[in-house]
Design a protein around this ligand. Structure first.
Ligand code: KE4
Length: 425
């Protein structure tokens, strides 16, 4: 048995599924999960010494690549002064100023510790501000694991085939309305059926948890107009797109101004960080200045702030990062399409900038229903072949590939060679 297999045998005794997050268990793709020992640049190394080109990048945070010197140095310096105080620090003020300078809709921000916490809190703020209870989410979008959002969610929920989660009482989701991604009519109908009752729409401006599904022309603008018309707040869940699609995220890329936005991943530089923010009049509803309660012992943790600020400052000062990672993503998608044409394969390669995915589906994927047409068994075979050949991609069809500043064109060429071998296999 490999060291990973031995570790997995131990892990399942004391961790549900042997993991601390379901997608890591490889359940939808088979085989034993790899236990990672270290990472550097574009590569990760498992406990058996195997090296992989990494396209997960911790599900997005490692946009500069693993173990970047600027972030490592900042973390070590901060840690030498102390790990956590449970009191206000200058680092939190600097982070708030930086985020409000860069994120178009941010007038105020509150730091939290995960994307789940950011989304849960933003929805509470929206409900408090509007004095309304209902929210609209989209089938196949994933916004973390808080009770009210585990309804037809994407990511691990989708691949596990559990459309909703056990343990979530029906009255926790009765106010969660489901619309179809890229279908404005389905949203208009909900507003008509629930007039003056909808507090907010929450949307992934680029859906990346049912595979990568782009917003069709007019979709995001239509959501903006419907929210304004009906007095609801538009919340962009930018946990994946934030600081990835551009320095100003999807809201800058598509030039759509949400009322609130949520972030995670990249703003922590690999440390547990999330945040929510937006219009001052909404955020001033949040305790202690307002009646919407939200708190967190480690929120704004100084070491995590140091990691996040180091990464965000680097991204702000080096626009060439986006030029390169977008070109890598585009190059990859174009070359995969060349391979599909060469072998007369009808699968779909999707993506935008440094976010990509391959759907093992013969038709165009535009929403949850068409994403579910993907052949997850074929994807599992593809995943295992890639892993055996040193390429680490998402262990589930309904996820994304993340390109980092550390990836080289040679890495992409090497990856494409393995994909061609698979198609020839
Ligand atoms: P976290 O609580 O996992 O930090 O963030 C939840 C979340 C919120 N919103 C969006 C758009 C997200 O993609 C996520 C989390 N993304 C998944 C990857 N699909 C995290 C990976 C995992 O669950 O292990």
């Amino acid at each position: 048995m490999t060291k990973s297999e031995l570790l997995y045998k131990r892990a399942v005794k004391h961790l549900p599924g042997g993991v601390n997050s379901p997608v890591r268990a490889f359940l939808s793709v088979g085989g034993s999960p790899r236990f990672i020992e270290s990472a550097d640049g574009a590569y990760i190394y498992d406990v058996d010494g195997s090296k992989y080109i990494d396209y997960i990048n911790s599900w997005g945070p490692m946009i500069l690549g693993h173990n970047h010197e600027v972030i490592r140095t900042a973390v070590i310096e901060a840690a030498q002064k102390g790990l956590s105080y449970g009191a206000a620090t200058e680092a939190e003020v600097e982070m708030a100023e930086l985020l409000c300078e860069i994120v178009p809709c941010f007038e105020m921000v509150r730091m939290v510790n995960s994307g789940t916490e950011a989304v849960m809190s933003a929805i509470r703020a929206a409900r408090g501000y509007t004095r309304r209870s209902k929210i609209i989410k989209f089938e196949g979008c994933y916004h973390g694991h808080s009770d009210g959002l585990l309804v037809k969610a994407g990511s691990g929920v989708m691949v596990a085939g559990i459309p909703d989660s056990l343990g979530v009482p029906s009255n926790c989701v009765k106010d969660t309305l489901q619309a179809k991604y890229n279908d404005l009519d389905s949203v208009m109908e909900l507003f008509e059926e629930n007039r003056d009752e909808i507090a907010a729409i929450i949307v992934e401006p680029v859906a990346a948890n049912m595979g990568v599904v782009l917003p069709q022309e007019g979709f995001l603008q239509g959501l903006r107009e419907l929210c304004t018309k009906h007095g609801a707040l538009l919340i962009f869940d930018e946990v994946i797109t934030g600081f990835r699609l551009s320095l100003s995220g999807a809201q800058g890329y598509y030039n759509i101004m949400p009322d609130l936005a949520t972030f995670g991943k990249i703003i922590g530089g690999g440390m547990p960080v999330g945040c929510y923010g937006g219009r001052r009049e909404v955020m001033e509803m949040v305790a202690p200045v307002g009646p919407v309660y939200q708190a967190g012992t480690l929120s704004g943790n100084p070491v995590a702030m140091a990691a996040g600020m180091a990464q965000l400052k680097y991204l702000k000062e080096h626009p060439e990062v986006y030029t390169k990672i977008n070109e890598l993503g585009e190059y990859f998608r174009n070359k995969v399409n060349v391979l599909f044409d060469k072998y007369n394969i009808k699968y779909q390669v999707a993506g935008i900038g440094s976010l990509s995915c391959i759907f093992f589906a013969n038709g165009k994927v535009t929403d949850y229903e068409t994403a579910k047409m993907a052949d997850t068994k074929e994807y599992a075979r593809y995943f295992r072949f890639m892993l055996e050949h040193g390429i680490y991609i998402a262990p589930a069809q309904f996820e994304a590939m993340f390109f980092s500043y550390a990836h080289t064109y040679q890495d992409i060429v090497d990856t494409l060679l393995v994909i061609e071998q698979y198609l020839n296999d």
